[in-house]
Design a protein around this ligand. Structure first.
Ligand code: NAD
Length: 309
């Protein structure tokens, strides 16, 4: 297949691009002509420490293959860090066409034993980190003809996962943030979507799943290769992306979409909890699901169901 999906002249920020999924995105976008800001704090999977080698190594790899990239070592978890990542792109390349907010860590613990520190650091890196990284570029894109943004959620966040209450709350928060930015960015030509990836990386190794493997760069030899996820991310980051405000899943080469949907439900006439109890079957039914476009669309559904429309 020819490489028709090119990033020539485009500037793409990838956070957490020193390892795993982010590294794969950065390398492939650069292979396709994009100029990449390779951000990475270079800490451990629990967020401790920092090392400029992580981002620099990926920049060196891109350059050795003839691509263009610049390193940034800021943490996404502070507003100053987010601003500086954007500044790195603007000073080096004069524009920003796409942001892939991917940086992440884990601090797993059962909810009963989870500390405030374990909650805060996960919210800081994932939820607030996405906010801090996306906001400067989002504002610039709206004033400069638009762009694309990919934020990173997780199957754990979407569907729940034992021992990850902090992470799941952050990852679902990112979905809410993304849904609203799709609405607020539409007029300025900003498209934003969320990815829920599944791939073997050093992060999954800490969660009892397969970790990085020798073949992780090779989609043909490793079912959980990051390169079985990255094609979706490149398609979402590309200007041709047809979608905004949606959540996509990618793992082992399976690409799919997750939706928030509403069933037919029931309209009360007695307005009592007993009436609710009588109808639990219909209320909980997962058939005939519809996907509201936004909060206003959901309000229209209420009006239609209750005959007010
Ligand atoms: P990874 O550990 O290989 O890569 C994450 C990178 O983010 C690391 O290089 C790390 O140094 C960097 N990072 C961490 N905190 C940072 C900070 N404050 N500022 C800047 N960089 C920081 O992990 P991965 O599996 O490639 O994860 C990438 C993203 O995908 C994460 O958001 C993760 O939650 C999400 N995710 C991954 C999977 C999976 O199966 N691998 C599943 C669901 C979600």
């Amino acid at each position: 297949m020819t490489q028709s999906m090119r990033f020539d002249g485009k500037v793409v920020i990838v956070t957490g691009a020193g390892n795993g999924l982010g590294r794969a995105y950065a390398l492939q976008i650069a292979e396709r002509g994009g100029k990449v800001v390779v951000n990475d704090l270079g800490g451990a999977t629990d967020g401790k420490g920092s090392d400029s080698a992580a981002a620099q190594k990926v920049v060196d790899e891109i350059k050795s293959k003839g691509g263009q990239a610049i390193a940034n070592f800021d943490s996404v978890a502070t507003q100053a860090g987010g601003a500086n990542i954007f500044k790195t792109a603007l000073e080096a390349y004069g524009r920003v066409d796409s942001v892939i907010a991917n940086a992440g860590i884990l601090r797993d613990r059962s909810f009963a034993k989870m500390s405030l520190e374990e909650l805060d650091i996960i919210l800081d890196v994932h939820l607030r980190g996405t906010f801090f990284t996306v906001q400067p570029a989002f504002n610039w894109m709206r004033e400069n003809g638009g762009g694309t943004i990919v934020v990173t959620t997780s199957p754990s966040g979407l569907f729940g996962s034992f021992g990850q209450a902090n992470y799941c709350a952050a990852k679902m928060g990112i979905v809410g943030l993304m849904r609203t930015l799709a609405i607020e960015g539409a007029k300025g030509g900003v498209k934003i979507n969320a990815l829920a990836p599944t791939a073997a990386t050093r992060l999954t190794a800490t969660a009892g799943m397969p970790g990085e493997q020798a073949g992780e760069d090779d989609p043909a030899s490793d079912a959980m290769s990051v390169r079985r996820v990255s094609p979706l991310v490149l398609a979402l980051a590309h200007e041709s992306c047809p979608s905004s405000g949606e959540v996509f899943n990618a793992g082992c080469g399976w690409i799919s979409r997750t939706v928030m949907a509403v069933n037919d439900g029931v309209v009360l006439s007695q307005y009592t909890p007993e009436e609710v109890a009588v109808h639990w079957g219909v209320i909980r039914d997962a058939a005939n699901l519809r996907v509201p476009r936004d909060g206003t669309d959901y309000w229209n559904m209420i009006q239609k169901a209750t005959g007010q429309a």
